[in-house]
Design a protein. Structure first.
Length: 228
């Protein structure tokens, strides 16, 4: 391949040097055939052999070699480019491109969520244990209840508390309810844990139907519990 390139380069240089010395021939047609061009070059070489400038054996050898080269058919040599072509390596649009294998993602669970879930399970088990040990009735706002409460500050004596439930908060084992009652003609509110061990007994005396979950409007009605 290297020898072919060097020979073609030498041939092109010789053609350029001789085309400058030979008379230029014009033609009516824009494109010449290979046969006409070889005849023209060969005739030019024969005419120049008779001149005195080409009497040396080296010059005659050069003219004979150029005449043989001109008689040969033209060959179009494709020269390789230094740049790399990426047309043949392009991926068609219809086929999916495979992504590189990425390492699997490691998922970490949040500790606060795990702890919260565990506490919910423990809380639910504790509520079930309390309900199996003693009976706890359903308490809703508007119910009139009577409680037997053990007071640790009073030598653990049992006192009876009676009132109307005005609010309830559901929070598992920490559920509470608020009752309102009259003490010496004064309205008093007390909040008790529903699952507290200090509640010995919870008894529902009456059930009032209400439309609200919080009966705070009873604070303005002082005589609402006089008949109870």
């Amino acid at each position: 391949m290297q020898s072919i390139r060097s020979s073609t380069r030498l041939l092109q240089r010789n053609r350029f040097s001789i085309s400058n010395t030979l008379p230029r021939f014009t033609s009516s047609s824009p494109s010449w055939s290979d046969d006409n061009e070889s005849r023209r070059l060969g005739g030019g070489f024969d005419s120049f052999r008779s001149t005195r400038a080409f009497d040396s054996p080296a010059a005659s050898y050069l003219i004979s070699s150029l005449t043989k080269a001109a008689s040969l058919p033209r060959q179009n040599f494709a020269y390789s480019s230094r740049c790399f072509s990426t047309v043949g390596e392009s991926v068609p649009q219809g086929f999916p491109v495979s992504a590189p294998d990425a390492p699997p993602r490691i998922k970490f669970k949040r500790l606060d969520k795990t702890a919260k879930h565990i506490m919910q399970i423990v809380d639910k088990e504790a509520v079930e244990e309390v309900r199996t040990s003693r009976e706890i009735p359903e308490i809703r706002p508007g119910y009139i209840v009577q409680l037997k409460v053990e007071v640790p500050e009073n030598k653990r004596r049992v006192s009876i508390v009676k009132g109307i439930v005005i609010a309830r908060r559901n929070a598992g084992l920490n559920s509470t309810f608020r009752i309102r009652r009259l003490v010496a003609g004064v309205g008093v509110e007390s909040m008790f844990p529903l699952y507290s061990p200090n509640l010995r007994e919870i008894k529902v005396l009456d059930k009032k139907r209400v439309r609200r979950a919080k009966l705070y409007y009873l604070r303005d009605k002082m005589n609402a519990l006089k008949k109870h």
